[in-house]
Design a protein around this ligand. Structure first.
Ligand code: HEM
Ligand SMILES: CC(C)=CCC/C(C)=C/CC/C(C)=C/COP(=O)(O)OP(=O)(O)O
Length: 302
């Protein structure tokens, strides 16, 4: 029996939709920003002259392990995601992907990713990847239901991949590596306090103990956003100190400017504690990080 063009097109559209669901399970937007940060970390570790093959392997391996962690995070939260408007249409709660298939997908991605890292850039990087996976999936994800300190744990998991990019270059950890880690760690507080404020009702309904749920006045979330934005601004100049490069003053000025702009929006959010100021802070965080990564990347060139 011959296949009509319409039936062929329908099957193709169906296959594409399934593929899109599996991609969605890996949280691709977060992954893109995270992998950009890993790449920049590799560049900073080698003063702008990374071994491009090692960097490529670090990015591919980190992408696989991070994707696996996001699939498992959604597998664990497949029921609570159904309770939140923001997440109820995800592939698992909506039923478009079966729980078993997602678990298998996540397991394959994770084991291939850790093995790939071990084979290409070494066991050290693979071990950081596995530890980050465990922290995100086994510690952070259940902790969202029990303590507002979950964000601090999630922020460690979010920042550790930077050390994977660094270690993949064979450079020993130093003050600059610690500064990069601290930049991504602190960045996540204004980023997430803004998000958690915007979705505080959703989080409360799903039983998630985010800070704006525990403190609906917004005072503590505001203070946490300000404190972290201030720490971020201070630590963001560290990679440019004591460096034998001419562009340091320009990079320090740019880092301070970006940090102060975000800090002002964190202060505004803390004073107003409304959705509009939270949205502005969220946008600022999504502009800040790529801009700061750009400054770090430009440093050896200037
Ligand atoms: C404690 C750590 C973090 C938490 C709890 C968190 C949570 C979230 C949530 C819930 C959203 C969706 C906002 C919406 O739907 O309006 C989001 C967006 C985003 N996050 Fe994060 N995030 C964290 C860390 C990170 C890290 C480490 C990165 C990458 C370096 C990142 C990159 C992004 C990007 C690019 C978006 C916008 C794209 C999107 O809407 O999916 N986040 N984050
Ligand atoms: C190498 C490796 C394993 C890297 C993992 C890095 C990674 C994906 C960190 C995630 C940071 C984070 C806490 C995101 C929010 O998750 P959430 O569960 O609060 O977001 P949601 O509510 O949208 O699901």
């Amino acid at each position: 029996m011959s296949t009509t063009p319409i039936a062929f097109e329908q099957r193709r559209a169906g296959r594409l939709a399934i593929a899109a669901d599996y991609v969605e399970l890996t949280k691709p937007k977060i992954a893109v920003m995270l992998l950009a940060a890993v790449a920049v970390s590799g560049c900073v570790a080698t003063w702008g002259q990374p071994d491009l093959w090692r960097l490529f392997h670090a990015i591919v391996g980190t992408a696989l392990v991070a994707a696996s962690s996001c699939v498992w995070n959604q597998w664990i939260e497949r029921r609570s995601d159904l309770l939140m408007k923001r997440t109820r249409d995800r592939p698992l709660p909506s039923g478009r992907v079966a729980a078993n298939s997602a678990a298998l997908f996540g397991a394959v991605l994770g084991s291939v990713g850790v093995s790939y890292l071990a084979a290409t850039v070494g066991w050290g990087v693979a071990a950081i990847g596995a530890a980050t996976w465990l922290l995100y999936v086994v510690v952070y994800t259940p902790m969202k239901r029990t303590s507002p300190w979950n964000t601090a744990v999630g922020a460690v998991a979010g920042a550790l991949p930077l050390l994977m990019g660094w270690a993949a270059m064979g450079t020993p950890f130093d003050l600059r590596a610690a500064a990069l880690f601290a930049i991504l760690f602190f960045w996540q507080f204004p980023h997430f306090m803004a998000i958690a404020w915007i979705y505080r009702k959703d989080y409360a309904e799903a039983g998630m103990q985010m800070l704006p749920v525990v403190d609906p006045t917004g005072l503590r979330p505001g203070r946490q956003a300000i404190g972290a934005a201030l720490a971020l601004t201070l630590v963001s100049v560290v990679p440019f100190l004591n460096a034998p490069l001419d562009g340091a003053p320009w990079c320090i000025a740019a880092a301070l400017l970006l940090g102060i702009a975000q800090l002002l929006l964190a202060i505004r959010f803390s004073v107003r504690r409304d959705d509009q100021s939270a949205r502005h802070l969220l946008w600022a965080s999504l502009i800040y990080l790529p801009a700061m990564l750009g400054v770090l990347l430009a440093f050896p060139i200037l």
